[in-house]
Design a protein around this ligand. Sequence first.
Ligand code: HEC
Length: 225
Amino acid sequence: MNKTKSIVVASLMAGLGLTACNQNGEKHRNPGRTYAPDMVYSRAYDAYTYNPVFADSQSSRLPVPGTVARGHELPDHLKEGDTTAYKTFTTNLRFSDDELKEGKRLFDIYCGICHGQKLDGQGPLFASGKFASMPANFKDAKYLHMPVGQMYAAVKFGKNAMGSYSSQLDIKQRWQVIAYIKKVQSENGGAPFALGINNVPANSSTPKADSSSVQKTSDVAKASH
Ligand code: HEC
């Protein structure tokens, strides 16, 4: 009698142990059965496949025009060929030492092959003689005081033999690379490094520190009063 009792108790406890185990882990690992998968999971269209939802039947879509990807800068509105705008175009962005290091990294990847890691226009591609056009020597007097907007335009639109880098570098990265160039230039006879302020023409008597393309919120507030 006693024996049967203890067997019953033992099996009950074992059962409890099993259920506890189930609740703790196994239940979560097992998603169960799906009765009608087509209704539970929507069917994704693969890239480059026929897509009946859109008029042009394409599955690969561009982002909606005018939208800005999360964490990215607003569009710059600089127009190709507007050389007057190039001269004054600048940015509100300021970079920390780490961000300038990133600017150097990007420069070495995208620009160094032509402009040289020393920024002297003697990159391996040009030095090898396989690239006929001499890339800008950023340490040369001709480029030391080049407005940052003109540099930005070269990166965004390209210049003669140099192609555009707008698809490789987003707006912040373009300025980061230019900030890095300006910093190196400041150590080689260029104006003291301060991206945005560098843009003031040498003969200007009233330095305008804030000739930025993006209006500051404080200015907007002033204007509306
Ligand atoms: C394939 C070689 C090549 C690469 C890569 C390249 N450039 Fe250039 N770059 C040139 C050449 C060549 C010129 C001279 C263009 C001219 O004045 O005819 C030039 C000129 C420039 C100028 C001067 C623009 C002006 O208005 O005179 C800037 C600024 C510049 N490059 C920045 C960059 C930056 C920043 C990168 C990297 C994102 C880059 N370049 C990558 C070849 C290159």
